[in-house]
Design a protein around this ligand. Structure first.
Ligand code: PMV
Length: 338
């Protein structure tokens, strides 16, 4: 039996300047620049095994075989790796998340970053994080940022250009930042980010204003990070999230990711700021609020959030490392070999 195996670990990231909407040239390129922080504490681990005896590509998540759309995306990435490396064997992908997929954290970002690195390593491609970022981006735009640790920028795509990788701008310990996820609803979201942004691009009269204004907000997020200016960072990050959601809310029909609890958390954050605490909000394509604060204020912010009726639980996170290869493989789940 001839096998080529590698395993990688990657973390989710939270965008401080949001990506929302693709360029329309078919290269899976973002229409706006985005800037994120990669988070420690939560991880996806993925083992890729190319084997001459496999007839099909297969994919198991948490030990369960996956088919349909998610499998098609995985196969698309494996096909790219086969084209680059010259490998022809089919592969089995075994993946586990150590955080709930429905917690509103981008499991697709950590998932495709870990898959890209594990697949490239298993196929023997001499890759660096820039290559892995571009490979992951072709399947999931936000995954391009999880190839790197700390604070990471993904520029907007250039018209007609096929390549695009994220760029690390500061290491994890550059800024005293804590991210507290206020989980406001259990269970999967109603409209995926892919569908939500497509609908916004097609129908929202505010989408052009979003595309026009996002680069300036992203620039302010970058400057604030580089200057270790938490207040300016929080203000710009909150603006980015609210503008992204405004573009969706103005779509036809309006796409509202928020619940009542989302709005309650937004108001509580303003009350915390009035009390002199560092607390700013960012929200992805779901109802949860990610609160940006510092190590000093973290405990008081968690306490205040936990007292809100609509907050089910809080998950603390802090800046973490980029995707990396690890030695210990995930055992292949039973019956998943093709
Ligand atoms: O790359 P996707 O399809 O996971 O989209 C991510 C969209 C947001 O999470 C809402 C914003 C972002 O930049 O991560």
């Amino acid at each position: 039996m001839t096998q080529w195996t590698a395993t990688a670990v990657a973390h989710p990231n939270i965008a401080l300047a949001k990506y929302w909407g693709k360029r329309d040239d078919g290269f899976n390129q973002p229409a706006v620049p985005s800037l994120s922080v990669t988070l420690a504490g939560m991880a996806t681990k993925t083992t890729v095994t190319f084997d001459a005896s496999f007839e099909h590509d297969t994919f198991s998540l948490a030990g369960q075989p996956v088919s349909g759309g998610p499998l098609v995306r995985v196969v698309g990435l494996l096909d790219r790796v086969r084209r680059t490396s010259g490998r022809t064997e089919r592969a089995h992908v075994e993946s586990v998340n150590d955080f709930p997929t429905a917690a509103g954290l981008a499991s697709s970002a950590s998932g495709f970053a870990a898959l890209a690195l594990a697949a490239a390593a298993a196929a023997g491609i001499d890759s660096d994080a820039t290559y892995v970022s571009d490979l992951a981006r072709r399947t999931s735009v936000s995954a391009a940022r999880s190839a790197f640790g700390g604070f990471v920028e993904l520029p907007a795509g250039n018209p007609g250009d096929d390549d695009l990788s994220a760029i690390p701008i500061a290491p994890p310990d550059h800024l005293d930042l804590r991210v507290i996820v206020a989980v406001t609803r259990e269970g999967p979201k109603d409209v995926s980010s892919t569908e939500g942004m497509k609908h916004t691009v097609r129908t929202s009269p505010y989408y052009p204003a979003w595309v026009a204004s996002a680069p300036e907000v992203c620039r302010r997020v970058r400057e604030a990070i580089l200057h270790r200016d938490m207040e300016s960072l929080g203000i710009a990050a909150e603006e980015s999230a609210l503008a992204m959601h405004a573009s969706s809310i103005a779509a036809r029909p309006g796409l509202i990711y928020w619940t009542g609890a989302t709005v309650e958390v937004l108001h509580e954050i303003r009350r915390l700021r009035a009390r002199g605490l560092v607390a700013y909000a960012t929200i992805d394509a779901g109802p949860h609020v990610k609160v940006l604060t510092t190590a000093t204020d973290e405990a008081r912010v968690v306490e205040a959030l936990s007292e809100l009726q609509g907050v089910k639980r809080t998950i603390p996170a802090l800046p973490g490392l980029g995707a990396r290869v690890v030695d210990v493989h995930i055992p292949m789940s039973r019956g998943s070999k093709s």
